[in-house]
Design a binder for this molecule. Sequence first.
Ligand SMILES: *Cc1c(COP(=O)(O)O)cnc(C)c1O
Length: 326
Amino acid sequence: MVLENKFDLGFFPTPLHKLKNLSEQYKGYDIYIKRDDQTGLASGGNKTRKLEYLIQEAINNNCDTVITGGAQQSNHCRQTAAACVVAGLECDLVLGGNEPKIFNGNILLSHLLGAKIHFSAENRRGEDMNLLKHELKSKGKKPYMIPYGGSNGTGAMGFVNAVKELQNQLIKQDIIVEYIFFASSSGGTLAGLTLGKELYGLSAELIPINIDKIEIHGSGLEEKILKIIQDGKKLLNLNRNYSSDDIKLIRNYDKSGYGVIRQNEKNAINELAINEGILLDPVYSGRAFYGMMDFLKNEKIPLNSTVLFWHTGGLSAIFEYATSLK
Ligand SMILES: *Cc1c(COP(=O)(O)O)cnc(C)c1O
């Protein structure tokens, strides 16, 4: 079975618990959090789930090197670097921008984890990975390429599996969740949750808060995510038909652009920190948490609902944004 074909990298299940103080304050809502900031792989995050399947595929294909790419503060690249160490693979990262004088946050961690870092100037979404693949091949390497954000059908299996994990916890703790909020960017998380929802009969509505307003490779983000769902569907032999109407990205909070920290993100980080002692990152989980709080404050979902915030990690990027946060 495709879901069992994975390489263990994280500590699962990640905790699921109530945000007691915020649930007190937001009368009419019960608020829970799923702690994928605690997946355990070199400071955790949602990419660990995808990498369990992607790294297994690299091993199955007899590859010796993994290539992936992203922004300099990519959590995905940092977790990939760590995963490669665990699996005994080399790791080549293609990161946007030019080499910085000081390595901080995720790029520092990727460096410490032994990844070979290549800089690709204005291309911050791994556009130059193919070039590097050819170069490494010509040197006799067997590279395995992981797409931007680890988002393809194989990577999405991590979040199909995550739905099963969540369902077990909900049953054990006797909770019925009606809405699940989370940060969505390259779409693998959303694709996996969408498929898992179908496979395991999860009734909760997914509310993906879109992070990056720029479309990927010119095509609409919804189509891109639909493609990941279709590929994942094939792997799972699922029968349901999907269209772009099934992908309801909330685009109200992405206007300031990727990695631009404004008052929204600061407010969200502050609110969760001082009420619950839990830290968010400014790029993804901070923006998504702001979105959720906005939904609750303005009663955009019915009162007396139970909501879940899926914390996708990212804290190691926060130090790079120190000057925007204090
Ligand atoms: C990558 C990432 C996301 C978005 O996940 P996608 O599967 O790319 O949509 C959300 N939060 C954090 C912290 C991330 O690193």
